[in-house]
Design a protein around this ligand. Structure first.
Ligand SMILES: *Cc1c(COP(=O)(O)O)cnc(C)c1O
Length: 381
């Protein structure tokens, strides 16, 4: 039933952690939709693992086990979305706590955190964590209970030195949590670099097919209070993923390492091509040697730099929207990490957060890179 311990990510993923459905012999685990599980004449559970599906689901456990192995974690917990995972983490903080959070990250996180912090009297300090000394300064000054970073960040693609962030969070008596969505567990392992919690929007690269909403938290220290609090919160407050979503996620994850490898190669090729284009004024991709976060990213990411990059075109919003409007292969849609390439004008979505009007964010899929370059070439004119 279970695979040996020392396997590489592609083997663990392809074999879904080694699961065989013994009753049928199937090489694919079944979906069990039942919400409740029966007891025998002596009132003993027929299967002691399963009572009620708010917290007991075989397919959820199987998927969490594969995620934990890919992340080199002791335990992983699935949530119905990435935001539900982030909310479960921050709900462990007492009222009046102090947190340091990276500025300029995924706007949904920032917006929710600002509202939550105001309601709970939490002192929220936003700092550009890609500047390691600014982060260290913030830790020393504020002594946060929790430091939350996102690397590579969305949509600026900034790199944060995870090991340094962990040291400064720990030195001030706090924990470090890392949103590693843009890297996926294949390219970056924050727990190995000292992070206490790693978070992913599994809606993105982990699922990879733009058809499941899911989130994950993982830890190397399942006995820690923060983790037992998160588990209790998920069980009691009920932010659980459904069995069909968990099954789809596991199916998508079988090809995760393969997809990430192809997407990273495509993204590097396209970002390099854009960098040399006369109508492009800048490209933000940690895989480019010219990127300010390249050295940090190269140190803490293995096997590529992911599917996400942003670039600036000459002019402003009208010029950027004209390019976006002419694209034929890239779908104009939010999100990232799917097999199909997506393009987004972030300034239209968040006009008040300082995103340049000329910025175009791209999530590169697994299509042929030359086809994608030809599309960008005709759109840039
Ligand atoms: C999408 C995203 C989230 C939120 O995840 P959902 O699954 O949409 O709730 C959080 N962080 C990052 C970096 C994301 O890209």
């Amino acid at each position: 039933m279970s695979l040996p311990n020392d396997l590489k990510a592609s083997t663990i993923a392809a074999q879904a952690g080694g699961v065989i459905d013994m009753p049928s012999g199937g090489v694919v685990p079944p979906v069990q939709p039942s919400t409740t599980f029966v007891r025998d004449e002596d009132y003993a559970l027929v299967n002691p693992d399963n009572i009620y599906s708010r917290d007991n689901s075989d397919i959820v456990r199987i998927t969490e086990n594969v995620l934990a192995r890919l992340e080199n974690a002791e335990e992983a917990l699935l949530f119905p979305s990435g935001m539900a995972a982030i909310a479960a983490l921050f709900r462990t903080l007492p009222n009046g706590a102090t947190v340091v959070v990276q500025s300029g990250i995924y706007w949904g996180t920032t917006k929710w955190l600002r509202d939550f912090s105001a309601r709970r009297q939490i002192a929220l300090h936003e700092v550009d964590a890609s500047d390691a000394s600014a982060l260290e300064q913030a830790c020393t000054t504020h002594r946060p209970a929790l430091v939350f970073i996102e690397t590579p960040s969305n949509p600026w693609l900034k790199s944060v030195d995870i090991a340094r962030a962990a040291s400064c969070a720990h030195a001030s008596g706090g924990l470090l949590a890392v949103d590693s969505t843009a890297a996926t567990p294949v390219l970056q392992k924050p727990l190995e670099l000292g992070a206490d919690i790693v978070m992913h929007s599994a809606t993105k690269g982990i699922n990879g097919h733009s058809d499941v909403l899911a989130g994950v938290l993982a830890t190397a220290a399942p006995a820690a209070k923060v983790w037992t609090d998160i588990k209790a919160d998920r069980h009691d407050a009920g932010a659980v993923i459904g069995p069909f979503e968990a099954w789809l996620l596991l199916r998508g994850m079988r090809t995760l390492p393969l997809r990430v490898e192809r997407m990273s190669a495509n993204a590097l090729k396209i970002a390099s091509w854009l960098k040399a284009h006369p109508k492009v004024t800048d490209v933000f991709y940690p895989g480019l040697a010219s990127h300010p976060g390249h050295k940090v990213a190269a140190r803490q990411m293995q096997g590529g730099f992911g599917c996400l990059f942003s670039f600036l075109v000459q002019g402003g919003a009208p010029e950027a929207l004209a390019v976006v409007g002419k694209l034929k292969l890239f779908h104009r849609a939010t999100s990232l990490g799917g097999v199909e390439s997506l393009v987004e004008h972030r300034h239209t979505i968040e006009p008040h957060t300082g995103i340049p009007e000329s910025l175009i964010r791209v999530s590169v899929g697994i299509e042929d890179a030359d086809d994608l370059i030809a599309d960008l070439s005709q759109a840039l004119g």
